[in-house]
Design a protein around this ligand. Structure first.
Ligand SMILES: C[S@@+](CC[C@H](N)C(=O)[O-])C[C@H]1O[C@@H](n2cnc3c(N)ncnc32)[C@H](O)[C@@H]1O
Length: 292
């Protein structure tokens, strides 16, 4: 039974008019534990309002009247519903060419590898959200190959835990609000436009889409299916959701999948790879693996 329904003022929300009760501390704790056990994500206590709003939206979709009933539903249908809960609670903020310096770096290093005779480049974008990061990489490397007048075997693997974000990425159709970071030149060269129900969309062309494959991967799974080795691994603005123990565990696993000489690219506040003796820092949140 929920005994703490009225302990806080009703959170402001865009979509929870019909779920006016509070997400109790007890339910919040249960959801936090489930999220940590499933996805390794630590939901901070100050995120309770956010959790309320996002779960309220899910409750409405399911036509469930209150959080108590949702928790019972979740317990009964855990296998299917946990994925929807994770989708609801993950943060997918991203944009094209976010932290531009990483794309400059990947362009320069790939050019050097190709000029040195390497023909195969492998990249992994872990926590790719709606695809802006792997597609920015693909655009960069497509343009690079054109400017060098060569065609290499370049493949980008993009993974995420959020199945809704992955669907958006695979569909590669973005409304105006999602094209931040793309220049007019990029839009003209790599996208077509379409107006759907009065809204303008930009659809990525096949030559870039075909360089990227999307797959579901929960970093918290014990076994990761990919073998590597990768020349570059992006894992930006993903580690911030994990505690230190998980961060170090995932970085170790990524290090095993990275070539010696390859690069790990992290988010602007994720500096902990610098402590790892296998890496040397090469500019802003860019780490080169220097030993096995
Ligand atoms: C803030 S977005 C970052 C997107 C992109 N890397 C960027 O920097 O623009 C964080 C992404 O990490 C994903 N994520 C969170 N926990 C994850 C996990 N355990 N396994 C895989 N992806 C996860 C989320 O679904 C979300 O799409």
């Amino acid at each position: 039974m929920n005994t703490q329904r009225h302990e806080r003022s009703t959170p402001s929300t865009d979509n929870n008019e019909e779920v006016s009760e509070q997400l109790s501390q007890e339910h919040f704790h249960l959801i936090k534990t489930m999220l940590y056990d499933t996805a390794g994500i630590t939901l901070a206590d100050h995120k309770r309002n956010m959790a309320h709003n996002r779960i309220a939206k899910r409750i409405k979709e399911l036509n469930i009247p209150c959080f108590d009933d949702y928790i019972s539903y979740l317990n009964k249908h855990q296998e299917e519903e946990i994925s929807n809960l994770v989708n609801a609670l993950t943060t997918n903020v991203t944009h094209f060419f976010r932290e531009q310096h990483h794309f400059e770096h990947i362009k320069q290093e790939t050019a050097a590898l190709l000029k040195a005779g390497q023909t195969k480049i492998r990249i992994w974008s872990a926590g790719c959200s709606i695809g802006a990061e792997p597609y920015s990489t693909a655009i960069t490397l497509y343009d690079l190959q054109q400017s060098l007048g060569i065609r290499a075997d370049i493949k980008i693997l993009a993974t995420d835990i959020d199945t809704t974000a992955l669907e958006t990425a695979r569909n590669r159709k973005y409304p105006e609000r999602n094209i931040k970071g793309l220049s007019k030149e990029h839009l003209n060269k790599h996208f077509t436009t379409a107006c759907i129900n009065g809204e303008n969309f930009y659809k990525l062309k096949d030559h870039v889409r075909n360089m990227v494959s999307f797959n579901y991967l929960n970093l918290n799974e014990t076994k990761w299916p990919m073998k590597g080795p990768f020349d570059f691994i992006f894992c930006r603005n993903v580690f911030i959701y994990f505690d230190r123990e998980k961060q170090l565990e995932y970085v170790d696993k990524m290090t095993d999948l990275l070539k010696t000489g390859g690069y790990l690219l992290l988010g602007h506040s994720e500096h902990f790879a610098a402590e790892n003796v296998k890496y040397k820092t090469c500019g802003q949140t860019t780490y080169q693996k220097i030993s096995d």
